[in-house]
Design a protein around this ligand. Structure first.
Ligand SMILES: *Cc1c(COP(=O)(O)O)cnc(C)c1O
Length: 427
């Protein structure tokens, strides 16, 4: 039986309507910005394998670090024990994060990183004798698929089936903006007005606000201004609400700076990191918080401790991959690549807007470029045509985005824009 036949018989794929989906493509290897299938067709990976890959596929340095770690210690219980890769990783990350963020709690993926931040927020208030069951979030925010993460992300449109069984969250409109957007001030004002109303009414019941700073990923690479993030954080601070930055997607250079927080003038109480953390090799996440948050869990009794953990917490192999990825991320070549990608995006998006009437709401933040396409474009066919020409894109509703690994060459990226333009203009 062919592997694909067996796959169809056995496997239930994520975010997939199995009845109508085409058979999956069998991938056998990757190199740099490309993945290869069993027939040796190659695809330029413009989704960075669901936004996790930052240095390209099969990166040798990360691969070596993993191999070396495997022969030392593959895994060990992380309560009562620790290991060098976890410590080195936290020390490295600390050097790039705003200085108050220096306490690291490990888990395995973006969703659990959010769960951890939300649970710590709630318990932080509880440890002081308060019950604050509410959270604030933005419409269009996506924070993962576990129950708490779904609750704050319910207005992303991905969790509709569960709407009636999630806990209550207050949602604020997100003032997404794009090039030549004339209404951005108005939209931001409106959002802040609603946020303030919620705060005035419910502040003493709200533990924290959760937000994706600068770019809402899953709801279509919707972008906002850094100054808006500043205003939101400053406002909620006046009402004693904790701040959680979900940088699961925006972290590790995607927005042009190492973290989106670097482009703001505020510091959150929590930052959640995952996706790019291991360069896209292995699952890992951290929820980073501050000393004042950590300190309120200290007590002679266990009751105030944070009773949360996962079997694979701080897996040493994942941590070793993350340390290796960090080294590549912070070398000058990568920094130059990030800037180069942004300038190619700018040039190509300008051209696309001139040459294709279907393109609207074009927007760029760092290495992420996106635009919406008009109704006449049949997204499914457009996507298939690009794939046939070796360009892997995965539009979100009507938003087409390019989110490449940082090793992509300018020629590869320019070629991708060419393929996209050609297929858009067929409609
Ligand atoms: C992907 C994503 C998550 C969830 O991460 P998983 O690793 O898929 O659980 C959370 N928040 C944001 C912003 C994401 O993009």
């Amino acid at each position: 039986m062919s592997l694909i036949k067996k796959d169809r018989e056995l496997i239930w794929h994520p975010f997939t309507q199995e009845k109508t989906a085409d058979p999956p493509i069998l991938i056998t290897k990757g190199k740099g910005s490309y993945i290869f299938d069993d027939k040796n067709n190659k695809y330029l990976d413009l989704v960075s394998s669901w936004w996790v890959n930052i240095h390209g596929h099969a990166n040798e340095e990360i691969s070596k670090a993993i191999t070396a770690q495997c022969s030392k210690i593959e895994h060990v219980i992380f309560a009562g024990f620790t290991h060098e890769p976890a410590i080195t990783l936290c020390d490295s990350l600390r050097s790039l994060l705003p200085s108050p963020l220096k306490k690291f709690f490990f888990s395995d993926n973006g969703s659990t990183a959010i769960e951890v931040a939300m649970k710590i927020s709630y318990q932080w208030w509880k440890n002081q004798g308060h019950h604050k069951p509410l959270f604030l979030a933005f419409e269009g925010g996506y924070h993962g698929d576990t129950w708490g993460a779904m609750s704050v992300g319910v207005k992303s449109g991905f969790h509709d089936a569960f709407e009636n069984v999630l806990f209550p969250v207050l949602h604020v409109p997100f003032p997404d903006t794009w090039m030549d957007d004339e209404d951005v001030d108005q939209k931001e004002k409106h959002s802040l007005k609603i946020l303030k109303q919620y705060l005035k009414t419910y502040a003493n019941k709200i533990s924290a606000i959760v937000l994706e700073p600068l770019v809402q990923g899953a709801s279509g690479m919707r972008m906002c201004r850094a100054s808006f993030v500043d205003k939101v954080v400053n406002l909620v601070r006046e009402f004693d609400v904790l701040v959680i930055f979900d940088e699961v997607m925006t972290g590790f250079g995607r927005t042009g700076s190492y973290f989106a927080v670097d482009q703001t003038s505020v510091v959150p109480d929590f930052i959640c990191l995952s996706k790019g953390i291991t360069g896209g090799f292995l699952p890992l996440s951290v929820t980073v918080t501050t000393q004042p948050i950590y300190d309120l869990f200290l007590d002679d009794n266990f009751d105030k401790a944070f009773a949360h953990g996962h079997s694979y917490t701080a897996n040493p192999i994942s941590c070793a991959a993350a340390v290796a990825s960090f080294k590549i991320l912070t070398n000058t070549k990568t920094k130059e690549n990030m800037e180069r990608i942004q300038s190619v995006h700018q040039k190509c998006i300008d051209e696309l807007r001139k040459k294709c009437e279907y393109v609207e709401r074009a927007r760029i933040t760092g290495t992420i470029a996106a635009f919406d396409v008009k109704e006449s474009v049949q997204i499914k066919i457009f996507k298939e045509n690009c794939l046939k020409d070796g360009v892997l894109i995965r539009p979100l509703n009507r938003s087409v985005y390019l989110l490449p690994p940082f090793c992509i060459t300018s020629d590869e990226l320019i070629h991708a824009y060419g393929v996209i333009l050609e297929h858009l203009n067929k409609f």
